[in-house]
Unconditional design. Structure first.
Length: 110
């Protein structure tokens, strides 16, 4: 069983299309970080506008913890995208290799 998993992982990481999902995640995380760098304080002020009347905020709310929280929340959307991309690539690779045709036309042994 582990040999089969190793073979499938080798087939996945041998193709360059697999890395497009990783590149997409890096690009989207970079966009989130840049957006927080340039517009983060304005977003924080808008979100906490009502709370500033009741609470006293000391320090900067836009820190590493907040950005890590935003990235982790965005990964909840990006990870299913990556899984779908890899699964689609596996199915397309098997269709290109003609494996499905061999499986469908082979008679069932009894």
């Amino acid at each position: 069983m582990t040999t089969l998993i190793n073979i499938e992982l080798y087939k996945i990481f041998k193709k360059w299309r697999t890395y497009t999902g990783f590149i997409a995640i890096v690009v989207l995380v970079s966009i989130v970080q840049l957006a927080m760098y340039f517009q983060g304080q304005r977003s924080i002020n808008y979100i906490t506008g009502e709370l500033r009347q009741s609470f006293v905020f000391v320090g900067n709310l836009l820190n590493g913890y907040f950005i890590a929280h935003m990235i982790l929340n965005s990964l909840a959307i990006l990870i299913p995208f990556l899984i779908t991309l890899v699964a689609g690539d596996l199915l397309a690779g098997e269709a290109t290799a003609g494996t499905y045709r061999m499986l469908i036309t082979r008679p069932v042994s009894r």
